[in-house]
Design a protein around this ligand. Structure first.
Ligand code: HAM
Length: 428
């Protein structure tokens, strides 16, 4: 808000507009991303799910983890008169697990879901980091086998390639309840012994959530952390076999990756496979998508033991990448613009526009009527392909001229033939 009394949008939350000054916030760009996503997700058998943006705050404390930044600092929590604390969802996974349990879907076998929608985190806004942002979230419940890890990662890779995006894939194994606890204790001891060389954040995380220390971006901590003991060297047999199978599966599908033993994710529910796609086009907030396996979460939230894996992709970040690689945005545009010369023409324009729209041809007219030159300006602004001027004469004779607004060429046309002519003009 501003002191002048003018109410502005909330910091870190964006408007999407057909012709936003920032091209990554243009609606057409988002429609294309979501159209391709739906196409690809369907190809792999994922079905759309929509859940509320508001959930009980306790869901994320239990699900994402009490010690995570998301739960400790970033949730928008509020009290609903006399009820429990509610919050705006900071991510989709915990809510989808809640849905899975609440609707008893384990009895139906494997569930493959996607959700597209807004998430909310009270982070410090900067390029690629917002307080309301949008995720395309994918989850599969009911498969413990590495084949599903491989297939999901390959699907994400496929989706990005279809949009012309080259992003770097990093994978890791974060172990499980068998191998991780002993490692975490060793890591904590190792970090405590080097506390003086580490930043305040690292020192605090050493106690709270030592795995997250490995994710520190502070350059001063890097040489120290590079020497830290690696969980990947201590995996139990089950985790090792699983990780080897994921790597072999990705190789077999030709999906390029690097193993990053320091890849840890900001949410506590992960076990075994963790992965991230990042792009240098994004600057500091380089992760465009990330996810992993979370075999214990359904049980933690009160459901039956259910292996699960998923990921989420940030739409704002993907849109930024698409801008940086100069991918054209397919802007919708009318085929015909009817310009009316008088009242009889305006009536005829409405009638003819109705006919064309029934035939599936996009057309517009200026409902304000007025000067012909102004109507032509409007036609150009909406990037119409053709214009047809209609007045009393044209309405009476059924004959008019079709003006190509790119070449300025005019061709006589019988108004009854317009639909056939324009359908014929369309690229096959
Ligand atoms: P996440 O890594 O927290 O994972 O978020 C996934 C993606 O959402 C990030 O890679 C980024 O592109 C985008 N994102 C996150 N925070 C912001 C923000 N403040 N502004 C803009 N974009 C953002 C999850 O949320 C997990 N639920 C993913 C998952 C699904 N794991 C298993 N299933």
């Amino acid at each position: 808000m501003r002191a002048s009394g003018k109410i502005t949008g909330v910091k870190g939350m964006n408007d999407l507009l057909p012709s936003h000054k920032q091209p990554e916030l243009r609606t057409a760009r988002w429609q294309e991303m979501e159209r391709v996503a739906r196409e690809v997700f369907h190809l792999y058998g994922y079905r759309e799910v929509r859940t509320p943006a508001v959930e009980h705050a306790a869901l994320f404390a239990r699900g994402v983890g009490e010690t995570t930044d998301i739960v400790q600092k970033e949730m928008y929590v509020f009290e609903d008169k006399g009820e429990e604390l509610l919050c705006l969802r900071p991510e989709a996974t915990a809510g989808l697990v809640r849905t899975y349990i609440e609707h008893g879907l384990h009895v139906e076998g494997l569930q493959k879901w996607f959700l597209i929608g807004p998430m909310f985190r009270r982070e410090r806004p900067q390029k690629g980091r917002y307080r309301q942002f949008h995720q395309m979230d994918i989850e599969c419940f009911g498969a413990a086998e590495p084949a599903i890890d491989v297939e999901q990662i390959a699907m994400l890779d496929d989706f990005l390639s279809r949009l012309g995006v080259r992003a770097e894939l990093k994978i890791n194994s974060v172990g499980d309840a068998t191998c991780r606890p002993a490692y975490l204790e060793d890591l904590r001891g190792w970090l405590r012994a080097r506390a003086a060389l580490l930043c305040d954040d690292c020192r605090e995380r050493t106690e709270r959530n030592p795995l997250r220390v490995l994710d520190c971006k502070n350059p001063a901590c890097q040489p120290v952390l590079a020497e830290a003991p690696r969980l990947i060297d201590r995996l139990c047999d089950g985790c090792r076999t699983h990780f080897d199978a994921v790597k072999a599966g990705l190789d077999a599908l030709g999906v390029a990756f690097t193993v990053d033993p320091r890849l840890v994710r900001g949410l506590d529910y992960y076990v075994r496979t963790a992965f991230e796609f990042s792009s240098t086009a994004l600057g500091a907030q380089s992760a465009v998508a990330g996810g992993g396996r979370y075999d214990g979460l359904v049980e933690t939230l009160g459901g039956p033991p259910t292996p699960a894996i998923g990921f989420a992709l940030g739409e704002e970040r993907l849109a930024l990448i698409l801008e940086s690689i100069g991918r054209e945005t397919p802007e919708p545009r009318p085929e015909v613009f009817f310009v009316s010369a008088d009242e009889a023409g305006a009536r005829e324009a409405l009638r003819r526009a109705g006919q064309l729209r029934k035939a599936g041809i996009a057309c517009e007219l200026d409902p304000r009527g007025g000067k012909i030159a102004r109507q032509f300006k409007h036609a150009e602004r909406v990037r119409a392909r053709y214009a047809v001027v209609l007045g009393g004469n044209e309405a009476a004779s059924g004959q008019a001229k079709l003006k190509d607004l790119e070449t300025r060429e005019e061709t006589p046309i019988a108004l009854d033939d317009l639909a056939a002519r324009l359908t014929g003009n369309r690229p096959a």
